[in-house]
Write a protein that binds this ligand. Structure first.
Ligand code: XMP
Length: 314
């Protein structure tokens, strides 16, 4: 049986032995990096700088939420505005693996820059077991390169510290709850963020559409679950497809985008079954998305399990 409190004590002890000097940690707003940050902060205090990179690809309200969480947890942090840098680097990039590489590479560049500024030699990452297993560690075939594993440059000078390497998602959540990390109750969110929920080119406009649609899906599903109309899925979000199709708005033929809704039940993300969302809830989501996002004229629901699908579309 996994004991979160024992794990925390041992992890803090290990980090103290591993880090001699200053470290930077990449805080993404997700539970993994937040839990990693708190553990390392408990071990080395203000010798850790938590860097939140505003990529322009995060969820609605995420920056504010992360800042207030880090303040509450007493973690030393800084926000770097890198929106333009990310959109520039993603121009014309269509292949999802290329997106992951570009984003991972940019992240590392920014952290190396920050690390140099403060004289840090260590980079803390919230890598967990499924990340490196699916990235081809442990002799498995590469399913996808999780951005925090696949994109590390060969000549990286920072030494990597990964306190959550052996944990699965449900264990990370337990550790998060034990540490008082509020984000631990949030659903998982991928490292490359909205970039992989936008099929095709990632532009500021596409990011805005995917972000707004994701927020609507989250709000409607959470409201319905709270009202007892449905079970809260393990993960639920929207994504943007690169195709446009004909629809009609008022009396006018409109050529608009398609948003897909994805919601799954899962334990650790390795397998999943699609959530049986009541049609009334799907209806509310669809009406809100097409009303609030005029560039969208079609909403579809994904009824595929994992396998053969994956949870994300990318
Ligand atoms: P898939 O799409 O592979 O996703 O079925 C399984 C779980 O992993 C999340 N995911 C990621 N998490 N970095 C992460 O930290 C990533 O690059 C990444 N890609 C997918 C996904 O949201 C799901 O919960």
């Amino acid at each position: 049986m996994f004991d979160a409190s024992d794990f925390i004590d041992e992890a803090i002890e290990k980090v103290r032995e591993e880090i001699d000097g200053k470290a930077v940690v990449a805080t993404s707003g997700g539970v993994d990096s937040a839990v990693a940050a708190v553990i390392v902060s408990r071990a080395i205090g203000d010798n850790l700088l938590s860097v939140y990179v505003d990529t322009g690809l995060m969820r609605k309200g995420e920056k504010k939420q992360v800042a207030s969480m880090l303040e509450d947890l007493d973690v030393n942090y800084e926000i770097v505005d890198a929106k333009d840098e990310f959109f520039e680097a993603l121009k014309g990039v269509l292949d999802p693996e290329d997106k992951r590489m570009v984003i991972g590479g940019k992240f590392i560049k920014i952290f190396e820059r920050k690390a140099k500024e403060i004289g840090a030699e260590y980079l803390v990452q919230g890598t967990i077991a499924p990340d490196w297993i699916e990235s081809g560690g442990d002799l498995r075939d590469t399913i996808k390169s999780h951005h925090n594993v696949g994109a590390l440059p060969e000549g990286m000078e920072l030494k990597l510290v990964e306190p959550l390497r052996d944990l699965y998602k449900d264990e990370v959540r337990k550790v998060g709850r034990e540490l008082g990390v509020t984000v631990s109750e949030r659903q998982p969110f991928p490292g490359p963020a909205l970039a992989i929920r936008i099929l095709g080119e990632v532009t500021p406009e596409a990011a805005e559409t995917a972000r707004d649609a994701c927020a609507i899906v989250e709000e409607e599903i959470e409201k319905s679950a709270e009202n007892g109309d449905m079970e809260l899925p393990w993960q639920y979000f929207a994504g943007l497809l690169p195709i446009r199709s004909v629809g009609v708005r008022g009396d006018i033929r409109a050529y608009g985008y398609t948003i897909f809704i994805r919601a799954v039940q899962s334990v650790d993300g390795m397998t999943a079954s699609y959530s049986r969302i009541p049609h009334e809830v799907l209806d509310d989501i669809s009406i809100r998305i097409t009303n609030e996002l005029p560039q969208v004229n079609r909403v579809v629901y994904d009824i595929t399990n994992k396998p053969p699908g994956t949870i994300e579309w990318e």
